[in-house]
Design a protein around this ligand. Structure first.
Ligand SMILES: [Zn+2]
Length: 452
């Protein structure tokens, strides 16, 4: 059975004007969806085993093969892959590595992600993979309520970044698209003023920053610009209610959180109009949520590491890829009628630190700070060891408030202790504008552990 074969599903016309991009797939009852996943996973494992030298070796070493899989649960017998393996296999067999399952001549696109070691890992796509990527992206845009009547500005980086081509998904559903890219704020504001687009996509911290920049120039984004939807990705902020509300207030627009990852696709999951979690494209990507310590599955609603498996991506199948993202899964029916699982992203394992045995995510601290009045939402966390104990302290910018620094600091410390279970060692209140602003992914954690 070939990689692209799967049980017959009545395909909805691609340009369907309704609320779904592909109603048959998006509302498929879960037993049928899982049957489709199983059929696709079987043929995908078989394809990977036959065509990728890496997977053949890894499956043989683990004593598994395509025939090991009788149910979706059997996937747990297969070995994991991660960023380090990806990097190593790429170095072992340049250019694209021996996880590749097609000849290089069949690869038409690569994205690159740099990561902490600075060696970019390449994510290859065949023409069919790229087509699926953009069809999934069109589905996510449609779920967020974007239509052919929208004008869309794509304000993500185009240089090797997997989010760059996502603009094609908006074009596919008929929106009028402006390929802006990562331009300076003044240029982007000029585009927003001149062409009056209705939808844009940035990171949450950049949406906030751009709103502040506009206001500083005497432009009120809510009154003077036409943006009604802002798609965000790349940071947890888009799913933190207080952060979302603050950005929505500045813009008088609705925020939709999307999730993509270079190793798989730029388009993996996105919020529908119910905005209660992000629907994963489950006919194309299989979800596991595992306890990061035991690597055993956790029940829906319990946070765990998200492990993703591609079901059709031919160039480089990803079997059990450990994303390093902490999520909760929700497979209950959604108000929008879609049956595909929803994820809520809590944070990155890398950013998590442990204080008194409590797992602390920067997104939890962001939740506290953005929920409190009298602050402008900007903050920085410093994690340090003190006599072998990990402690964290906070620097927080004040907003419009007449409260004393001491009173503000005490409220933050109290709320942090209530929500997180551990009190910060110190809270410093700063004047607005004291902390460095970022236009890309906000790095809010300074880790001084292991330093003298
Ligand atoms: Zn929904």
């Amino acid at each position: 059975m070939g990689i692209l074969e799967s049980p017959p599903i009545a395909a909805a016309p691609a340009a369907e004007a309704g609320r779904y991009w592909n109603a048959a797939i998006e509302t498929l009852p879960r037993p049928q969806l899982e049957a489709l996943q199983l059929a696709r996973l079987r043929s995908h494992l078989d394809f990977a085993y036959r065509h990728s030298p890496y997977y053949r070796q890894a499956f043989d070493a683990a004593g598994v093969g395509p025939e090991t899989l009788r149910s979706l649960a059997d996937l747990r017998h297969f070995p994991f892959v991660n960023k380090a393996i990806e990097r190593e296999r790429q170095a072992a067999a340049p250019l694209l590595g021996d996880m590749l399952a097609v000849p290089e001549r069949d690869v038409v696109f690569v994205s690159a992600s740099s990561g902490s070691t600075g060696v970019p890992t390449l994510s290859p796509f065949t023409a069919a993979d790229f087509e699926t990527f953009q069809d999934n992206q069109a589905r996510l845009f449609r779920a967020a309520g974007v239509t052919a009547d929208d004008r869309y500005v794509h304000a993500l980086n185009f240089t090797l970044f997997v989010g760059g081509p996502d603009v094609i998904g908006a074009q596919k559903l008929g929106a009028l698209c402006f390929w802006a890219g990562a331009v300076p704020s003044d240029r982007l504001l000029y585009i927003l003023q001149t062409f009056r687009p209705t939808v844009t996509w940035t990171t949450p911290s950049y949406a906030w920053h751009l709103g502040e920049t506009a206001r500083a120039q005497g432009i009120d984004p809510a009154r003077d610009l036409a943006i009604r939807k802002i798609i965000v990705a790349g940071e947890p902020g888009g799913s933190i209610p207080a952060t979302r509300a603050a950005i929505e207030r500045i813009w008088d627009a609705q925020l939709f959180d999307f999730y993509g990852i270079s190793d798989i696709y730029g388009a993996c999951a996105g919020m529908c109009e119910a905005r209660d979690g992000l629907h994963l494209v489950e006919d194309d990507i299989l979800l596991e949520v595992l306890d990061p310590a035991t690597l055993e599955p956790v029940p829906d609603g319990t946070p765990g590491e998200m492990v993703l498996t591609t079901l059709t991506k031919a160039a480089r199948p990803m079997i059990r890829f450990r994303t390093g993202d902490i999520v909760t899964a929700d497979r209950s029916p959604c108000r929008c009628g879609r049956t595909h699982a929803r994820i809520r992203v809590t944070g990155r394992i890398d950013d998590m630190f442990i204080v008194n045995g409590v797992n602390v995510f920067p997104s939890d601290i962001e939740f506290v700070i953005r929920s409190l009045p009298g602050l402008n939402g900007e903050f920085r966390i410093t994690v340090a060891d003190e006599r072998h104990l990990t402690r964290y302290s906070l620097e927080v910018e004040r907003g419009e408030s007449t409260e004393s620094d001491a009173a503000l600091a005490e409220r933050i410390a109290h709320d942090a202790k209530t929500r997180l279970g551990v009190r910060p060692r110190a809270v410093t209140i700063l004047a607005p504008g004291s902390l460095p602003r970022t236009t890309h992914k906000a790095r809010r954690v300074v880790d001084l552990r292991g330093q003298a």
